[in-house]
Design a protein around this ligand. Structure first.
Ligand SMILES: Cc1cc2nc3c(=O)[nH]c(=O)nc-3n(C[C@H](O)[C@H](O)[C@H](O)COP(=O)(O)OP(=O)(O)OC[C@H]3O[C@@H](n4cnc5c(N)ncnc54)[C@H](O)[C@@H]3O)c2cc1C
Length: 411
């Protein structure tokens, strides 16, 4: 059977590795960390995954936490008029639920499953200089190492990368003890948007100690939410979070007064420039490696799409590897495989990059209309589950206005 090397044990690498293993491929997965190190390490994401991604995992038998994690049924957007003041808001319900399983739980569990199912896991941080010799031993080498150093193998695609610096500074904390909104007690994502300042996200999740709440600040650099450079302890993070909420988002503050950090590694800080890269890494005159997921398309988490993209990318690559049969995984195949993924990812990137800048007027009109029209609220929410729908309306002012006119006419 064909030998595949995957570098990186995240959503993309593990999903692809486990999928190929089930088809009888000989898969080696190189991970910088052991399952114990991942489980006991720092949180890595807020990883809200929507129904289509959960369905892919289900089909591959990878939905190990589906019965434990809260089922997230809707998303609420609140647009602030100023500090502490709501301009408008709306809830859009999804056709099927989303879930957020702490990647510490999921990746450590999947890595153990990979080994239990006969996969070859090697615990070793791979360096660029290792890859030429390593890749010679395999039919295909896939780099799924996220935003780490190995991205240097893949050239930035300037035509698809409008930003060259982080557009948000990120700060996340996992907590126990948040209370549901009395007017909407079902688990739902809440996005509070503060134009020019940033966003605050809340989502219910499942962590190493059970169900939890996850809070993420997306701060416009230099603005009032950009206060995390000192990387405070979880307790100090929560205190600062509560102070910011009291002043800017009192509607969230009420839910958080009794919250406590879930554990000593429950916080994450950072920020990165969104980027699209060319998918083929050239190690020598003949040796080639294929980049996947965050390695080649890294969007800001402001639209919560990265893990969903990783799941989609792993699925597209998996099918493409299967279809290839015994033929060589050459450059032409690599480019075609990435292009099939980009057909979807391009819309995610376009939408996410749009949401990072000042909101275009037509988007403001859409959001204001959604506050009064449940159909628009629903379509906006469903767009998060598959952002390719946005090409038909939200990404284009004329199409968006035509859609709003249609909705108004049908009222
Ligand atoms: C704060 C924050 C919030 C987010 N929220 C969401 C959200 O709500 N919804 C969503 O869909 N996405 C979200 N994302 C994005 C999402 O987490 C990522 O896009 C997704 O995890 C990417 O998966 P991946 O497999 O490509 O990479 P990763 O998850 O980064 O996995 C890469 C793996 O490779 C390993 N590795 C790195 N270098 C090496 C090396 N040299 N050798 C061996 N192993 C290596 C790493 O240790 C890691 O295990 C968020 C991201 C952040 C930062």
């Amino acid at each position: 059977m064909r030998r595949i090397l995957i570098v990186g044990a995240g959503q993309a690498g593990l999903q692809l590795g486990l999928s190929l293993l089930a088809e009888g491929y000989d898969v080696t997965l190189m991970s910088a960390r052991t399952p114990e190190e991942i489980r006991g390490g720092r949180v890595m994401s807020t990883q809200c995954m929507f129904a289509p991604s959960l369905q892919i995992e289900r089909e591959r038998g990878l939905n190990l936490w589906e019965e434990h994690a809260p089922r997230i049924v809707a998303q609420r957007l609140t647009v602030a008029a100023g500090p502490g003041e709501e301009a408008f808001g709306f809830v859009g319900r999804w056709d099927d639920y989303a879930q957020s399983v702490d990647q510490r739980v999921k990746m450590s569990g999947w890595l153990e499953l990979f080994e239990a199912r006969g996969g070859n896991a090697v615990y070793h941080g791979v360096m660029t200089s290792d890859l030429e010799d390593l890749s010679a031993l395999y039919d295909l080498t896939v780099i799924a190492a996220g935003k780490g150093d190995l991205v240097e193998l893949f050239d930035r695609d300037a035509s698809r990368s409008p930003y060259d610096r982080p557009q948000r500074m990120l700060s996340c904390i996992y907590v126990h003890g948040m209370t549901p909104r009395p007017d909407y007690p079902e688990p739902h994502v809440r996005i509070s948007a503060f134009p020019g300042v940033g966003e605050l996200f809340f989502m219910p999740g499942y962590t190493t100690s059970g169900p939890c709440g996850i809070l993420l600040w997306e701060a416009v650099p230099g603005g009032p939410f950009d206060v995390w450079a000192d990387r405070p302890s979880p307790e100090a993070h929560l205190e600062r979070t509560l102070d910011l909420m009291r002043r800017h988002a009192p509607w969230e503050y009420e839910r958080c007064v009794d919250a406590e950090p879930t554990d000593a590694r429950s916080t994450l800080f950072g920020g990165y420039a969104p980027v699209v890269r060319h998918p083929i890494g050239r190690l020598s005159a003949t040796a080639r490696v294929l980049g996947m997921a965050d390695v080649v398309v890294a969007n800001d988490p402001v639209t919560g799409q990265g893990s969903n993209n990783a799941a989609r990318c792993a699925d597209v690559y998996f099918r493409s590897i299967l279809e290839r049969g015994a033929l060589p995984f050459d450059e032409e195949w690599m480019q075609r495989t990435f292009d099939a993924y980009w057909d979807h990812a391009r819309w995610v990137t376009a939408y996410t990059n749009m949401m990072l800048g000042p909101l275009p007027e037509h988007v403001q009109r859409v959001l204001a209309t959604a506050a009064a029209e449940p159909e628009v609220a629903r379509r906006f929410a469903m767009g998060y589950t598959d952002p390719s729908d946005f090409q038909h309306w939200l990404l284009d002012a004329d199409r968006a206005d035509a859609y709003l006119a249609e909705v108004a006419a049908g009222r």
